[in-house]
Ligand binder design. Structure first.
Ligand SMILES: NC(=O)c1ccc[n+]([C@@H]2O[C@H](COP(=O)([O-])OP(=O)(O)OC[C@H]3O[C@@H](n4cnc5c(N)ncnc54)[C@H](OP(=O)(O)O)[C@@H]3O)[C@@H](O)[C@H]2O)c1
Length: 369
């Protein structure tokens, strides 16, 4: 990883972090912040650590001192130029954060200063400070550790909205969760179990104990006929399938549904190493979903994409964080690494070497854990 000394690199035009955060404005010209930049496509080693002026809050906005930032599969896809909403290089990655409001801009509620908040940034969170609109900040319950809380921001809202808003899972149903040992998958399993459903979870064999511990029945997606194994467990079909894999397997997921069932497609992990335009893998997904919904077959399909602005986002994030604080769900933190070790953090995810969330800690005292 290239560590750039203060003044050696002008990052004023690097995207990510909420507008004025990246415009080169500095409240104190002597204050430098660290941020991680993804400069181009490549492997995790292309990441750069840069110094940049500390951001200032915009009108109606706040500056958040980041305590924990999440590392997600989205950044692995961004690194390959394969993300659904691919940002232009160079940019500061970082899909979500938990931190403390340090300052607010004109017109923003001054009482926010000192509050712990969570936000879904999509890019920009791998930094010491981030400027954000206050409307995007959700409160973090007291007593919830920052790394644990950030593990449930994007993954938790995504899982909550798919279980309760897209599929409306009910007691007595059986559902299939693909990637049940992953960040979103572990939360999908827990929330579906909490909603009263039985869960069948696909995962590689080494992670089956972790899937069982969450209360799901594991299936090895790398060996054998997955649809046949699901049929053996649920002969009349399942009520919902949560599919982040896409590709040809989406048809298998559709066929697993029983009458009244719903397929929730939310990614295309199987096409990470594909070629051609990044949106190409999504065209067959959208086409199939439209076709399946037109046919009178008593089942439906939908595509889910988490968004930070719609009205339910803050409400759903607050619900998820409250469940986490109450110990009703768990967001497993696999590794805590200092911000400057972002390359290592992304390499862990790229290699599929972790079960749970990898979290970056920007603080001075950030130790490994
Ligand atoms: N649409 C949205 O709004 C949204 C939001 C968040 C995330 N996502 C998507 O959700 C996916 C998961 O993200 P994450 O952060 O949870 O990643 P993660 O922690 O790396 O988990 C991904 C999991 O996918 C599993 N997997 C890979 N190929 C598979 C296959 N063919 N069949 C079944 N499972 C497979 C892996 O299982 P093993 O390790 O057991 O091999 C791994 O546990 C990503 O594709 C991401 O882009 C979408």
């Amino acid at each position: 990883m290239a560590v750039v000394e203060p003044g050696q690199r002008d990052v004023a035009n690097v995207q990510g972090g909420g507008g004025s955060a990246m415009m080169g404005a500095s409240s104190d010209p002597g204050t430098d912040d660290l941020a991680i930049v993804m400069p181009r496509m490549g492997g995790p080693e292309v990441l750069q650590t840069v110094h940049r002026p500390a951001p200032r809050p915009a009108a109606g906005g706040a500056v958040v001192r980041v305590e924990a930032a999440g590392v997600s599969f989205a950044e692995v896809q961004m690194l390959r130029g394969r993300y659904f909403m691919q940002p232009r290089f160079p940019f500061v990655p970082g899909y979500d954060l938990v931190g403390t409001v340090e300052a607010v801009g004109a017109g923003a509620d001054a009482a926010l200063v000192g509050r712990r908040v969570a936000a879904l940034t999509q890019t920009g969170a791998w930094a010491e400070r981030v400027a954000l609109p206050t409307a995007t900040l959700a409160p973090v319950p007291a007593g919830l550790e920052s790394a644990e809380a950030v593990a449930a921001v994007t993954n938790g809202v995504t899982a909550w909205q798919m279980v309760h808003r897209s599929a409306r899972v009910r007691p007595g149903q059986t559902v299939v969760v693909h990637g049940a040992a992953g960040g979103v998958g572990t939360l999908l399993v827990q929330l579906a179990r909490r909603a009263g459903a039985a869960v069948i979870g696909t995962a590689s064999a080494a992670k089956h104990d972790a899937v069982r511990a969450l209360g799901a029945t594991p299936i090895d997606y790398r060996a054998g006929d997955v649809p046949a194994q699901v049929r053996a467990l649920a002969p009349r079909g399942v009520a919902a399938v949560f599919d982040h894999v896409g590709g040809p397997g989406l048809v298998d997921s559709w066929r697993m549904l029983g009458r009244g069932g719903v397929l929730v497609s939310y990614g295309s992990a199987s096409t990470l190493h594909g070629t051609g335009h990044r949106l190409r893998p999504y065209l067959p997904i959208v086409g199939r979903i439209l076709l399946w919904n037109l046919l009178p077959n008593g089942r439906r399909a939908t595509f889910y994409f988490v968004q930070r602005w719609p009205k339910h986002f803050r409400e759903d994030l607050a619900t998820v964080l409250a469940l986490l604080a109450a110990g009703e769900i768990e967001a497993h933190v696999a590794r805590r690494l200092p911000l400057v070790r972002a390359t290592e953090a992304l390499a862990l995810l790229d290699a599929g070497a972790v079960t749970g969330k990898v979290v970056l800690l920007p603080g001075d005292d950030a130790g490994e854990g």
